[in-house]
Design a protein around this ligand. Structure first.
Ligand code: NAP
Length: 282
């Protein structure tokens, strides 16, 4: 019996998850397939009933269902509850479905792979959407001293700070503010959690004001080589891109589905060898 995993979302423009998970299934001789399942909101209940079947290992969830999927699960793990979103889940042998969030753990695994230590230091996250919440929670959970969240729409930065204030010190700020400039000057890690670099050819902050020891982390993975990644590397700073986070969060989910870990190299190689069909998939 071929086992199954599906990613639900709408629209599903990108095939990165299918490419890397199917490569890992093949590399480990597992008879399973990862499929993309674009569905409407009215199909969520039917999908999650199907995913309880014997042939299912688990599922992935992307926009716009990272919150609404939670209503269809039997259990949601603590990190996903804190963040307010699931992006993956596993089917247990009794057919129950457990949701969790690998954006947070994948982000921290990618940070750890750089060797930069962030615990006890300050962090800056630019952006206040869904990815920002996962990253801010992950940084607080990893023991950073404080996170400054800066956003184009300041109200959304305030919402993130309020949502996560029980997990540590989170300060909101507008872009171009003195508070952001000050925090950038002493941060151990600065994260781009906006779509800048993907939808625009701009950088979300000025890398020249960062300490020499700072890690610059760009969540954008299409393209992996954003203007921010290029300018931080040109300054000689430690850099991590969104492709590494995508791979690391995939590795964590894959281990939950199969019990097999250490698949990051297979997944990364598959993505690097893959030639996307269209500009939006790159
Ligand atoms: P989202 O919820 O749509 O939030 C987008 C954010 O970008 C908001 O803070 C928005 O500010 C800001 N923004 C958009 N255009 C801007 C501009 N021109 N100038 C300044 N700010 C701008 O998106 P998301 O789901 O959080 O995702 C954010 C990024 O992370 C995306 O590029 C996504 O692909 C990436 N991501 C990567 C991974 C990975 O594994 N590598 C995982 C998740 C997400 P306003 O609030 O002012 O609109």
């Amino acid at each position: 019996m071929t086992q199954r995993v599906a990613l639900i979302g709408n629209p599903l423009k990108r095939r990165h998850s299918a490419v890397m998970h199917n490569a890992a299934f093949a590399a480990h001789g597992i008879d399973a397939s990862f499929e993309l399942r674009p569905i409407g909101p009215e199909d969520l209940a039917v999908f999650f009933a199907e995913a309880r079947g014997d042939d299912w290992l688990g599922f992935g969830v992307t926009a716009p269902y990272k919150q609404s999927a939670m209503d269809h699960l039997d259990e949601i793990e603590a990190g996903a509850i804190a963040i307010g979103a699931v992006n993956n889940g596993v089917r247990h042998d009794n057919g129950s479905l457990v949701g969790f969030n690998t954006d947070a753990s994948g982000f921290m695994a990618a940070v750890a792979s750089t060797g930069v230590s962030v615990a006890g230091h300050g962090a800056v996250v630019v952006g206040a959407g869904g990815a920002s919440r996962a990253v801010v929670w992950a940084l607080l959970d990893a023991g950073v001293e404080a996170v400054l969240v800066a956003n184009r729409t300041p109200e959304r930065a305030r919402e993130v700070a309020e949502h996560l204030s029980s997990y540590g010190t989170v300060e909101p700020a507008p872009l171009e503010s003195p508070a952001l400039a000050k925090a950038l000057g002493s941060a151990a890690i600065v994260v781009n959690a906006t779509t800048m670099g993907m939808t625009t050819d701009t950088v979300p902050f000025d890398v020249t004001v960062l300490p020499e020891t700072a890690l610059v982390f760009d969540l954008v993975y299409v393209p992996p080589d954003t203007p921010l990644v290029r300018s931080a590397a040109a300054r000689g700073l430690a850099v991590c891109n969104g492709m590494e986070m995508l791979v690391r969060q995939g590795e964590i989910a894959f281990e939950r589905w199969t019990g097999i870990g250490s698949t990051a190299d297979v997944m990364r190689d598959a993505l690097e060898a893959w030639i996307p069909d269209s500009e939006t998939e790159r």
